[in-house]
Write a protein that binds this ligand. Sequence first.
Ligand SMILES: [Ca+2]
Length: 391
Amino acid sequence: MSTIFSTRLIEGLQPWMTADLERTSRSVGAMGLDALLELGEEQGSEGEAGWIPAWGKLLDADLCPAKYLPYLAQYVGVELPKVASEAEMRTLIKEQPARLRGTRGSIETAIRRSLAGSSQLYNLISYYPSFEGSIAHWVPQNGTVAESTEQAKFGTHSMKAHSLETTGLNPISNTTNRPAVVAGNTYTFTAYFRAKTAGRTCKVGLNWRNASNESISEQKGTGVADVTTEWVRASFTGEAPAGATQVILKLVVESAAAGEEHYIDALQLTQTSGPVEYADGSTTGYAWLGTTNESVTGKYGASSEFEIIERRNAANAEDAYHFQIIVYNESELPSKALLEANVTAVKPAGVFWTLITGSLTYAVLEAAHATYALLEAAHTTYEDMEARPSA
Ligand SMILES: [Ca+2]
């Protein structure tokens, strides 16, 4: 039962207070009018520091009680995502008001918000780490390997290894699929395994090689048993020995019987002291740093620089414009020139933006609020954008 409002009411009515009026005042307070008091009451005095006028809290993005933020957001035309935290809601109200919709500044704010963490090289496997289109440069050893769409941990493809002998399977990468390493750095290699019929002990390992492709040493991680019902991840962590400049990736299925098959997917080599979440250039927030599927993966972060280029679609010059958003970081990711050289995206009619390096398209567009902001921006005509002040 509310007592704050009723207590204040009784105090305010003191000169006329009777037992009946007091009972009435307490019933009015019991109606839950504390919330009204919380928002409607003036604090301090006008002209003095810290003064908050009546209803001032409700319309202040910093002072407004959390439960009323969606209400306040309506005043500036912002739709708050249901998953937003209180801090995110306050930020969105302050940074993304509708009057800035369609402006370059608003798009920049949305992109900035979607770029989190630090920019870094991530998955160092440079040739089809998820087997999405090729299993080239894999030497089967004791069996055969084939691209398969029967199972996939990531994407739609995996590598299916078929044993021809009873000594197990151990495909290794070779030729152009020897990721570069630096002696003294610690690396973690991981892969997912899945049995087609029978579970076996699976391991991953690295064969450290020098610049002449001579073997220096070889190490494997702990075995994990693969099963037919889900993917299991095997990992190995080790320090690159002196002289090592590259590695051959080794996948091992121990004691596989002749005719037995196992699926392998989502290979990852990272410069980390343990396994980290799988990502390649097709994963949201990451990018191929060269040709799709045939280059290492970089992760975009808050320190990435970006640039928005507005460009008229030559095929439909009157009414279609594109935003190209190029994200790059001069020190850690490819140069702007290299990224621009990779602009290959086909621009479908009616789409107002293209982002180079396909994965980044989704990095930005799928970030919940960025999607909203960009879609809203896309609805604004180019002429309108030019007429608006940049913010
Ligand atoms: Ca895959």
